[in-house]
Ligand binder design. Structure first.
Ligand code: UD1
Length: 433
């Protein structure tokens, strides 16, 4: 069993005991962004040189990605929050199913593998509890760049036709602004011959972070962070040293909501405020005072009143914060309408919140949340990463001690959550069954 799989097995046997009713105070330190770190690691496949990244979070997903890259021949060295990746001797373009299946983001390696080696064979990432999560746009983009792509027996095979040595630049218009498709196509286009444009591109900060890293490595990309990205292909990329991963906006948002749900003043840093604009606005709208500076955000919650949210691609309200925000709205005064527009099955935390006394009705992909005067502790399970975070938040304010299972998910995306929460005054303990 791989190290990541062993860690994941361990998490299955564990749960968190979250003591409700304590005030938080102090400063919460935000780790590097999981979703950035994963794709930046994949970008190391594009060069023979060493790519050195810093501010890497300590997460099981990062271990899984390391193992996937190692299976392709990348030398991976980890030292605290630094990771060095050298893809000088790639021994394959075919990551194994078991590994890809454990980490959807590893499918995005099809872009750099194709760009660098001219071929890639990557298993389809498979379904996901929160929704279907197709990769149609990724494949369509690679085809536009001149790749021959087929899908058979659950494996996507992409290669260059005939004697071609490089992909060729193209205009690609995405049907939807998929983050993964934008990143996959970007990584394929940087080594293509000629200029590519990606229209209706995802504008998420993680896409901007990827483009910045690639530019440091010698790529010529403009427009990332906007709806049209232009890539002038180059022949080779070089390595880089100490490229810092952006702070995790979803972790930051989760802990601003932890402060709000416990009605505690808290400092959260580092935060890039523009990465969280929609979330900060909603926190203000529901009654939190925010002081924002270059390093972070200080939140001082007041009486909380209900506000509505609709999840949208960036710069809209992120789907990854919908579950934590729902936990918060369970304790606000009034009725909040929460519409999930990105994933068709991302309201599984509703049933768990109801077990803690929340009053929520579901109508399709919309949840109508009536604030209650208090939540009560119960054994609950996080069905996915962000649902698990929502359970921890609810536990922080519930009467009694909430037992949160589903740490396999939580540990994928929150770096040392119990220590970080304990440092700001919460009582959260990890226990093994
Ligand atoms: C990334 C994030 C994930 C986040 C999501 C949306 C990573 C590793 N994960 O996932 O945390 O929740 O963005 O912000 O970065 N879609 C299609 N066709 C496609 C591709 C996507 O219809 O070919 C749809 C999906 O069904 C979904 C929406 O687009 O409804 C968003 O998916 P996408 O942006 O691709 O998410 P990921 O990149 O997988």
């Amino acid at each position: 069993m791989t190290a990541a799989a062993t860690a994941s097995q361990e998490s299955l046997k564990q749960h968190l005991n979250v003591t409700g009713g304590l005030q938080l105070n102090g400063t919460f330190r935000v780790s590097g962004a999981k979703n950035s770190a994963l794709v930046l690691m994949t970008a190391s496949l594009l060069t023979e040189d060493c790519v050195e990244l810093v501010n890497i979070p300590n997460l099981t997903d990062i271990c899984s990605m390391s193992e996937i890259l190692e299976s392709l021949g990348v030398q991976v060295t980890r030292d605290s929050d630094r990771i060095s990746l050298t893809a000088s001797n790639l021994n394959g373009s075919n990551p194994p199913y078991e590994l890809v299946n454990s980490l959807r983001a590893s499918f995005f390696s099809i872009g750099p593998l194709l760009g660098r080696l001219g071929q890639a064979k990557v298993p389809l990432p498979g379904g996901c509890r929160i929704g279907a999560r197709p990769v149609v746009e990724h494949i369509r983009g690679l085809k536009s760049l001149g790749a021959v792509v087929s899908v058979e027996h659950g494996i996507v095979t992409a290669s260059l036709p005939g004697t071609r040595k490089r992909l060729r630049g193209a205009q690609i218009v995405l049907d939807c602004p998929s983050v993964g498709a934008t990143e996959t196509i970007l990584m394929a286009a940087v080594l293509a011959e000629g200029t590519s444009t990606i229209e209706n591109a995802a504008q998420e900060p993680e896409v901007q972070d990827l483009a910045s890293l690639l530019n440091v490595m010698g790529a010529r990309i403009t427009g990332a962070g906007g709806p049209v990205i232009t890539v002038e292909g180059v022949e080779t990329l070089h390595g880089c040293r100490d490229y810092p991963v952006i702070p995790d906006r979803i972790e930051a948002g989760t802990f601003l909501m932890a402060a709000a749900i416990t009605r505690s003043p808290l400092r959260v840093e580092p935060v890039i405020p523009e990465h969280l604009s929609a979330v900060l606005q909603k926190l203000r709208d529901c009654g939190c005072a925010l002081e924002i500076d270059e390093q972070g955000v200080t939140i001082t919650p007041g009486e909380l009143t209900a506000v509505d949210i609709t999840t949208q691609p960036f710069p809209g309200f992120p789907t990854d914060l919908q579950a934590p925000f729902m936990a918060l709205m369970c304790t606000a005064q009034g009725t909040s309408v929460i519409s999930e527009k990105i994933y068709e099955n991302r309201l599984q935390h509703v049933a768990e919140l109801q077990r803690m006394g929340a009053s929520i009705r579901v109508d399709g992909s919309t949840a109508i949340v009536e604030g209650v005067s208090s939540l009560s502790a119960a054994p609950v399970t996080g069905s996915d990463l962000r649902a698990a975070a929502a359970m921890v938040l609810a536990g922080l304010v519930a009467r009694g001690t909430t037992k949160v299972s589903g740490l396999k998910h939580l540990d994928r995306g929150y770096d040392d959550i119990e220590s970080k929460l304990s440092r700001v005054g919460a009582r959260v303990n990890r226990n093994s069954v």
